[in-house]
Design a protein around this ligand. Structure first.
Ligand code: DX5
Ligand code: ZN
Length: 219
């Protein structure tokens, strides 16, 4: 089985110990840090914004992913670029209220890598036209808004389709999964073609981050 990269989602961290927890996952072998940005409109929860991303940037040299679950990402994304995000991922759904092609271009021009994502209820056909404009496709394996939800195995059909597209087009697209990723669902995701795993609960709610990360990678 091909090895995958692991991106711990700090949504599941203890915010009172954020600095220590970010440093701990870095030294435990994390590949990237995943920052879940929620605005209370696009999703039914509010998390944190650019100020926290900036603070995390100062704690680690790992690449930072900003997963923007917000309306009007085009308006807010310069603040995340400025805060030090390396990857910016936006949602394709019309409820995210932005022009997807224009926003992807804006991300690219800013010097960040660009990602696109879609909710479990959104079909693969919604992201397909954009695949040649992005560096990362994030397949949501839970409905966004909260950590700790159960993985939806039926999303593996989307991972498979992305993986077929990737090999047919000889592309280096990252195929990332997000939501309910643990040792079992990580293996399933990798088998279907995912190469980046976001995990909150299955890392931060355990005692041994190194072991959790290695287990996710299938080592
Ligand atoms: C869900 C977020 C996820 C979430 C993953 O809206 O995008 O990144 O934090 O958390 P777990 O791994 O706990 O499902
Ligand atoms: Zn996320």
């Amino acid at each position: 089985m091909a090895a995958a990269l692991v991106a711990p989602s700090i949504l599941a961290a203890d915010f009172g110990q954020l600095a220590a927890q970010v440093r701990a996952v870095e030294s435990a072998g994390a590949d990237r840090i995943h920052c879940d940005i929620m605005d209370g409109h696009f999703v039914d929860n509010i998390s944190f914004g650019p100020a926290v991303v900036r603070a995390v940037r100062q704690l680690t040299s790992l690449p930072l992913e900003a997963h923007l679950m917000i309306e009007h990402a085009d308006h807010y994304l310069p603040r995340f670029v400025e805060a030090g995000a390396d990857w910016i991922t936006v949602h394709v759904e019309p409820e995210a209220k932005h022009d997807v092609t224009a926003t992807l271009k804006q991300i690219r021009v800013s010097g960040c890598r660009c990602g696109l994502t879609f909710n479990p209820a959104t079909p693969f056909s919604a992201v397909e036209p954009f695949l040649n404009q992005i560096d990362l496709l994030l397949v949501m394996t839970v409905h966004p808004g909260f950590g700790g939800q159960a993985f939806r195995p039926e999303m593996m059909e989307k991972v498979k389709r992305a993986s077929v597209w990737k090999s047919e087009n000889n592309s280096s697209l990252d195929i990332e999964v997000d939501g309910g990723i643990n040792a079992d669902t990580a293996r399933t995701s990798i088998e279907n073609g995912a190469n980046v795993l976001v995990a909150g609960t299955s890392i931060f709610h355990t005692e041994d981050y190194r072991k959790a990360i290695r287990t996710l990678r299938g080592e």
